[in-house]
Ligand binder design. Structure first.
Ligand SMILES: [Fe+2]
Ligand SMILES: [Fe+2]
Length: 182
């Protein structure tokens, strides 16, 4: 059974997205260190960098197993880190990538796994789902540490950035119109 173009393009996009997540996690690790956060958070952040690189490879493997051919090119220009104070950069990433992104990802991956049959897909989703639950917990722990570090500044910053974080998460999962007929 060959996978539909839509399924193939989802796994190719997933490989790119996981690779980008590794870059974001590496940036988070840097900013955790730059803001003097607890060692346990830094340690989990390092683990997440490796998990996301593994997820990128796994997703690429699924894409190939389903019939994907050629190379997946990651647009590395999008991975250039923004400039700014480490605390604000960290707060932005923790909100967007973890408290919103990973939290939303867990039930979505669970739904994908519930409908999966191909062994390569099931294996990848099992691993990704197990890791993403850890990443989600990391996000909320990091948020707590950020609030403890700057109780007056972090909550209003998060409240101000939340609507856009939710909107961009929604956009990341909405199926583009051109793929619907595939
Ligand atoms: Fe991931
Ligand atoms: Fe993740």
């Amino acid at each position: 059974m060959s996978a539909s173009r839509r399924v193939l393009s989802e796994w190719r996009n997933r490989a790119e997205a996981e690779y980008s997540s590794a870059a974001v996690a590496a940036r988070v690790v840097h900013n955790l260190i730059a803001t003097g956060m607890p060692r346990a958070l830094i340690h989990t952040g390092q683990r997440i960098v490796n998990d996301e690189l593994d997820h990128a490879e796994l997703s690429l493997g699924v894409w190939r197993a389903l019939g994907g051919e050629g190379e997946v090119q990651v647009d590395v220009t999008r991975l250039t880190p923004p400039e700014g104070p480490p605390l604000l950069l960290l707060a932005e990433d923790v909100l967007r990538a973890f408290c919103v992104g990973e939290t939303v990802a867990v039930p979505l991956f669970a739904a994908m796994r519930a409908g999966a049959e191909h062994p390569a897909v099931l294996g990848a989703l099992e691993r990704i789902l197990r890791d993403e639950a850890v990443h989600r917990a990391f996000g909320w722990d990091a948020l707590e540490a950020l609030v403890a570090l700057d109780p007056a500044g972090v909550p209003p910053f998060m409240a101000q950035r939340l609507p856009e974080a939710l909107m961009s998460c929604r956009k990341a999962y909405v199926v583009p119109h051109t793929h619907r007929s595939a």
